[in-house]
Design a protein. Structure first.
Length: 556
């Protein structure tokens, strides 16, 4: 039985954190004093560990706009397991600048369950997002230059699919005309920008097993079609090598720590509502090679990131999940029970009870993957004892383990009950069979319908005229065997962000289906979802400042 450890009140020197994972000094490349990257040899040497590690997935019910503390719970659980003497590593996504300056603020946890250095991780970190942005936009520049310089491949400007990206919310760039100005400024065509978290390069990096795997993915990346309907790839444009050079360091996982000194690999950052929502396969595998317990997350809700975690990431990388933690909050349940956003701090046990239907649907969805959830009720200061009791009773009636957590206020000590449940209910490596929701070889409409019915509870799936044309193109060019990555609002189980609770008897409308051949999936765009978010009426950027050399207002 491992001996519980004493937790340091502040962050440790990073080489000490690396040593806890069994790493040699030359396997950590420092980026300043408190951030670093792990060399490829770290993962290779770690693979020789004889004992199998257990991977714990943290997801959530349908969230409020501010989120329900999924990252905070992941960190708190990691800290709690380490307090109990376990060998543990947290594996998380990198924050995007979009939410930092938009609605949600930083993405490094909160309170005493937080990553450090939080400001650095939220702002630029070790340059991965910028490398991905540069590699993505290099390909866009190569595409336009090829057309401008004679277009030897016959790429049709009207069917050029590769957009540009940047990592801030800017709705004005969603749809643009590029190449204006005259003959020396390129060929005019319709274009646009997505946010970097939605970049296919981001998805490729996060799903790649190695640099050579990433090279193959970049090579086969579809950028458009010729006038006579032949696909054109990045490999044909000879852009792969330069893109890979830009991504050299970005392939290495980043090592930081929690406030309590728990090792954390933070690497890759695709959004779950417009991409696949998981950290990199390389970081996850590295963590599994170096620790006995790996805590990772997939969001926003289970219907988005966690479904893609199982059906895309686990299915392609062969990962096995030992247990699933489902984060719920009283305030989210109240919202799904009919309470208004401005009233979520007011006690309302009846609204909590009405909102339990949303929790029930996510529990049912987890069962679709052969897993039984553990509920982590992330408690806020405004939650009343009566409201918490409503959720406890319901979980007991369902036979679902539940822990009330206050890791935000108490750090790992506030998630000790959750850690005990995770240890009790996690399966041993190699003892469970994983089955995705659908067979990748099934027809595309069948795959979409399966996700819509089983994860969202939809009655039917409708297709726009453009989406039906996309389906024909996908069949014609042999892309139908790819899994589906559904872009959908995170605010509802349906594709309508205003339908709270557990919607029933609704239809999901597919607007477009894009081929992400490098990433290895089809992007199914539903409802009014967009791949470049906009800023809210009062963006978080208005409260962020630099005072006496210190960033303020980013971490609340």
């Amino acid at each position: 039985m491992p001996t519980p450890i004493s937790i340091a009140p502040s962050a440790r020197p990073l080489p000490e954190v690396a040593a806890e994972l069994g790493l040699e000094p030359d396997e950590l490349v420092m980026f300043g004093r408190d951030k670093g990257k792990l060399t490829p040899s770290a993962r290779e040497r770690g693979r020789r560990r004889a004992n199998g590690a257990r991977l714990v997935l943290v997801s959530a019910i349908t969230p409020t706009p501010a989120g329900e503390g999924k990252t905070t719970t992941t960190i708190g659980l990691g800290d709690a397991l380490r307090r109990r003497g376990r060998s543990v590593c947290v594996a998380l996504r990198e924050p995007s600048l979009g939410p930092c300056f938009g609605s949600k603020g930083g993405g490094t946890g909160g309170g005493k369950a937080q990553l450090t250095p939080a400001i650095d991780i939220n702002l630029h970190f070790n340059g991965d997002f910028h490398a991905i942005t540069a590699a993505h936009n290099l390909l866009a520049a190569v595409v336009d230059n090829h057309i401008h310089r004679g277009n030897a491949l016959g790429l049709d400007p009207r069917r050029t699919l590769w957009r540009r990206v940047m990592d801030v919310n800017d709705r004005a760039l969603r749809s643009i005309i590029s190449g204006l100005g005259g003959p020396d400024d390129g060929v005019p065509r319709e274009a646009g920008f997505d946010i970097t978290a939605a970049s296919e390069v981001m998805a490729m990096l996060c799903l790649s097993e190695s640099a050579e795997d990433l090279r193959a993915r970049l090579d086969r990346t579809l950028v458009g079609f010729t006038y006579d309907d032949h696909p054109v790839t990045a490999g044909q444009l000879k852009a792969t090598g330069a893109m890979l050079a830009l991504l050299r360091d970005a392939l290495w996982p980043n090592l930081v720590q929690t406030l309590e000194g728990t090792p954390a690999l933070v690497h890759g950052g695709p959004f779950a509502n417009i991409a696949h929502g998981c950290n990199s396969v390389i970081a996850t595998r590295t963590a599994l090679a170096l620790a006995d317990w790996v805590i990772t997350e997939a969001g926003f809700g289970f219907d988005l990131g966690a479904e893609k975690f199982f059906d895309i990431k686990c299915a392609s990388a062969g990962l096995e999940v030992a247990s699933v933690v489902l984060v719920a909050t009283v305030r989210a349940l109240k919202l799904h029970g009919g309470a208004k956003l401005g009233d979520l701090a007011k006690p309302d046990p009846k609204a909590v009870a009405r909102g339990l239907a949303n929790l029930d649907k996510h529990i049912e969805s987890i069962a679709c993957f052969g897993r039984h959830p553990i509920i982590a009720l992330n408690r806020f200061g405004s939650d009343s004892d009566e409201e918490v009791a409503v959720v406890r009773r319901h979980a007991t009636e369902l036979g679902v383990p539940i822990a009330v957590c206050d890791h935000f206020a108490r750090g790992g000590a506030g998630a000790d009950d959750l850690a005990a449940l995770v240890e009790e209910h996690s399966t041993e490596p190699g003892t469970t069979h994983f089955g995705p929701l659908y067979d990748w070889a099934s027809p595309v409409p069948d795959k979409i319908r399966t996700v819509a019915e089983k994860m969202y509870g939809a009655r039917d799936v409708l297709y726009s005229r453009e989406a039906r044309q996309d389906l024909k193109l996908i069949e014609r060019h042999g892309f139908a065997g790819l899994p589906v990555c559904i872009a959908k609002t995170q605010s509802s189980l349906s594709d309508d962000p205003h339908r709270r609770g557990r919607p029933r008897d609704f239809e999901v409308t597919v607007r477009r289906i894009h081929v992400a051949s490098g990433a290895g999936f089809l992007i199914v765009v539903t409802g009014d979802i967009v791949r470049m978010p906009g800023l809210p009426a009062v963006p978080r950027a208005e409260g962020i400042d630099l005072i006496d050399g210190e960033v303020t207002g980013l971490i609340v």
